[in-house]
Design a protein around this ligand. Structure first.
Ligand code: GLC
Length: 456
C-alpha cells in the first residue's frame, strides 16, 4: 500500500468509527426516547415498541411437574423434556435440536409446522415416550404474537428472515395442533404459549426472585420485563397492584441513527423498514453489516490489495457470519494467526498484518455499537421500572451473541458503570442458558395449577 492510500484508508476508518460510535450522550437520548415509545405502546398508541402483555406474571418457585417444551427460536427449534422440583429447580432430561431449512422458513405455514411436528415425532421415538398417555407441552414461539390466552396467540408479523405464508394473523397453537393431527400425534396437548424473552425471565425468576427482566441477544434481539397492571391501558380494570410480564418487541425500536451500510442491510432484508434496532444489534445481521463495509474497503483498494481474488469469497449476501466476527475479534495472538487462517480457509492468502488489523477493527466497530445499543436498551427498561435504581435487578440474558461473542457482556456492564456509577451494582446480567424452553414449561405448570384451582 502506498503512503497516500494508507493515509486515505486511516481517514476512511476513523470516519467510520465515528459514525459507529455510541457516546454516553447518545445512550441518554436513547433512554429517553425508549421511555416515550414504551409509554405510547403501553397506552395503546402507535409506537415502534409493541409492548405486548403476556398474560403472565413471575412464577412463585413452587411450581411442580414434568414437562415437554417446544422452542422455536431463529434458525433452530428444540424439543425438551424435564422436571420442575417445586423448589426453584428445573431439570432438563432430554433435548433434541433441529435446524430449520430455509425452504421451510420461507415456504408455507403447513410446510413449517409439518417440519416441527416431524421433529416432535422423532423426539418421542428417540426417547421411547409412551404415546398412549397425554402430555402437556409448552410452546416458546420467538416472534411477535398477540396473546389471546395463555395457550393461544396470533402471529402479528414474521421477523428474523421467516416468511412462511398463511401464518401471520393466525393462532400459532392452532397451526401446531393441526400439524400434529396431520401426523397422527395425539399424545401432545399444548397448554402454554410464550415469547422466548418471557420464557427466559420466567425460568430465571423461578430460581431467583430478583429477576425482573428477560433479554435475548441471539439471532434476533428483544426483551420483556415486569410491568404494573396500572400502567397497561388495556388491563387497567384488573387489580392495579398486580404485575404482568410485557413483551416489548424492542427489535423494532426505530429512533436510531442508521449508517449507509445499515440501510443496505435493511433494503436487502425480507422486512425492509422494520426491526431497525434488531438489524443493528443481533447475530442475524452483524456479519452482514461487516461484510458490506469490507466490500467497500476492497472496492477502494484499502484492504487485501496483495490478493486480487480476495473479493470472491465474500461477494454473496450473508457469506460473512457473526460467528466469523467472534473468531476474528477473539484472536489475541501477536501476529493475528487465527485471522490469517480464517482468511486462508476462505481463499484469501498473502495478507498483511495491516489487513488483519483492519478486519479486526471493523468487527470491533460493529460489535461495540451493538453492545452499546443493547446496554442503552437494557438501561432504559431498568430505569423505567426503578428510576432511582434503588432495588436489585437481575436481568436474565440468553442468545448466542451474548453467550459467545468475546467481551459482549462486559461491554454492556461497563456502560452501566459509566451511566450509573456505583449504583450499577444493582443491575446484574446473568446468562440463562436455554431458559426460554424451561420458562415456557414453568408457565405450563402455572397454567395447570390455575386450571386445577378453578376446578376445585
Ligand atoms: C425477534 C422476535 C422476537 C424475539 C426475538 C429474539 O425480535 O420478533 O419475538 O423475542 O427475535 O428471539
Amino acid at each position: 500500500m502506498t503512503q497516500s492510500s494508507s493515509v486515505n484508508c486511516e481517514k476512511f476508518l476513523s470516519d467510520l468509527e465515528k459514525a459507529f460510535s455510541i457516546s454516553l450522550n447518545h445512550i441518554k437520548v436513547m433512554i429517553s426516547q425508549f421511555h416515550k415509545e414504551m409509554k405510547k405502546g403501553l397506552s395503546g398508541h402507535e409506537s415502534s415498541l409493541k409492548m405486548i402483555p403476556s398474560l403472565m406474571d413471575r412464577p412463585k418457585g413452587d411450581e411442580k411437574g414434568e414437562f415437554f417444551a417446544l422452542d422455536l427460536g431463529g434458525t433452530n427449534f428444540r424439543v425438551l423434556a424435564g422436571k420442575l422440583d417445586g423448589k426453584r429447580k428445573a431439570i432438563v432430561s432430554a433435548v433434541s435440536k433441529f435446524a430449520i431449512p430455509k425452504k421451510d422458513m420461507q415456504g408455507t405455514g403447513v410446510q413449517l409446522f409439518d417440519f416441527i411436528a416431524d421433529g416432535i415425532d422423532a423426539f418421542l421415538t428417540e426417547n421411547s415416550i409412551d404415546r398412549s398417555k397425554v402430555y402437556d407441552l409448552a410452546f416458546t414461539f420467538s416472534f411477535p404474537v398477540e396473546q389471546t390466552s395463555l395457550a393461544a396467540g396470533k402471529l402479528i408479523v414474521w421477523t428474523k428472515g421467516f416468511t412462511a405464508k398463511g401464518v401471520q394473523g393466525q393462532d400459532v397453537v392452532e397451526l401446531l395442533n393441526q400439524a400434529l393431527e396431520r401426523k397422527l400425534i395425539r399424545c401432545i396437548n399444548v397448554t402454554a404459549l410464550a415469547n422466548d424473552t418471557v420464557g427466559t425471565l420466567v425460568a430465571r425468576s423461578y430460581a431467583d426472585p430478583t429477576c425482573d427482566m428477560g433479554v435475548i441477544m441471539g439471532t434476533g434481539t428483544n426483551a420483556c420485563y415486569r410491568e404494573k397492571l396500572s400502567n397497561i391501558q388495556e388491563l387497567q380494570s384488573l387489580n392495579p397492584k398486580e404485575h404482568m410480564i410485557v413483551n416489548m418487541e424492542w427489535g423494532n425500536f426505530d429512533k436510531v441513527r442508521l449508517t449507509r451500510y445499515d440501510r443496505q442491510v435493511d433494503e436487502a432484508s425480507v422486512n425492509p423498514g422494520a426491526m431497525y434496532l434488531e438489524k443493528m444489534v443481533s447475530g442475524m445481521y452483524l456479519g452482514e453489516i461487516t461484510r458490506l463495509i469490507l466490500m467497500d474497503l476492497m472496492k477502494r483498494d484499502f484492504i487485501f490489495i496483495r490478493n486480487p481474488d480476495s473479493a470472491e469469497p465474500f461477494q454473496k449476501k450473508d457469506s460473512f457470519k457473526t460467528g466469523d466476527m467472534s473468531l476474528i475479534e477473539g484472536d489475541e495472538t501477536e501476529n493475528l494467526h487465527e485471522i490469517e487462517r480464517f482468511l486462508e480457509n476462505h481463499g484469501i492468502s498473502n495478507v498483511s498484518l495491516y489487513d488483519k488489523t483492519v478486519l479486526k477493527r471493523l468487527c470491533e466497530m460493529v460489535s461495540t455499537r451493538a453492545a452499546g445499543l443493547g446496554a442503552g436498551a437494557i438501561s432504559a427498561v431498568v430505569s423505567w421500572m426503578d428510576p432511582e435504581l434503588k432495588d436489585r435487578h437481575t436481568v436474565a440474558v440468553d442468545g448466542s451473541l451474548f453467550e459467545k461473542y468475546p467481551g459482549f457482556g462486559l461491554k454492556i456492564e461497563n456502560t452501566f458503570k459509566k451511566l450509573y456509577g456505583e449504583k450499577a451494582e444493582n443491575i446484574t446480567l446473568v446468562h440463562s442458558k436455554d431458559g426460554s424452553g424451561k420458562g415456557a414449561a414453568i408457565m405450563a405448570a402455572v397454567a395447570a395449577s390455575a386450571a386445577e384451582m378453578q376446578k376445585s
